[in-house]
Design a protein around this ligand. Structure first.
Ligand code: CA
Length: 224
């Protein structure tokens, strides 16, 4: 599960981003000014920072510079100003990408995925295989035979968990814990729902079922 730090002082924008990213399966921290953001980046490890340029306290460019001095975390800058000079200064100060407000959420999501992929690719990629499934953990891409299958963030996390533990029964508790983590109550049918989504995608070309229900126990990735 990827952790994203949002440093943005406008509550409406921060909440909009947080809600959208949580729905996409990210773990999100929001900081409303530069010093809080820098402290959050120091205290918890994140995979990516979304940074507003116009911030109270320490401005975004300075925050970018300090973040970059401390780590190689990907930084996406949000700017209200469509000024070329700002973009150049942002990139010079260590930002990896920028978006001009207002932007479509899907556009931000696409940029986030590019940055996370790039980072994972440099960290070394791995392709998990099971039967005719090939899951590229760097690109977060699934192939079923020759078919390329798009997965949402949660579907990916769930499938990766299965593919890292083939032929093992995974209990509901383990699945909740690994895929949904703390933000989950435990009483809903969310696992059933996501298993159904995954099965639909994995079996869309008429392929045999590989995620099986083990009654009273959980689920297993198994060929039979
Ligand atoms: Ca601002």
């Amino acid at each position: 599960m990827h952790r994203i730090l949002i440093i943005e002082d406008e509550p409406e924008i921060a909440n909009y981003l947080r809600r959208g990213l949580v729905l996409e399966g990210f773990q999100v921290t929001v900081a409303a000014d530069g010093p809080t953001g820098l402290a959050a980046a120091r205290e918890t490890s994140h995979d990516l920072v979304i940074l507003d340029l116009m911030l109270p306290g320490i401005d975004g460019l300075e925050v970018a510079r300090r973040l970059r001095a401390a780590s190689d975390i990907p930084i996406i800058i949000l700017t209200a100003r469509d000024a070329v000079a700002d973009r150049v200064r942002g990139l010079e100060n260590g930002a990896d990408d920028y978006l001009v407000k207002p932007f479509a959420f899907e556009e931000l999501l696409a940029r986030i995925r590019v940055q996370l992929r790039r980072r994972q690719a440099s960290a070394g990629s791995e392709v998990l295989r099971f039967g005719n499934l090939a899951l590229d953990t760097a690109a977060r891409e699934l192939r079923v035979g020759e078919r390329r299958v798009e997965l949402t963030a949660k579907e990916y996390d769930l499938l990766e968990l299965f593919m890292r533990h083939p032929n093992q029964v995974l209990t509901r508790e383990v699945i909740y814990d690994r895929v949904w983590g703390y933000d989950f109550g435990g009483e809903s049918n969310i696992i059933e729902v996501y298993v159904r989504y995954l099965r639909q995608k994995l079996e869309a070309g008429g392929e045999p079922r590989v995620i099986h229900t083990v009654r009273g126990a959980g689920y297993i990735l198994r060929e039979d």
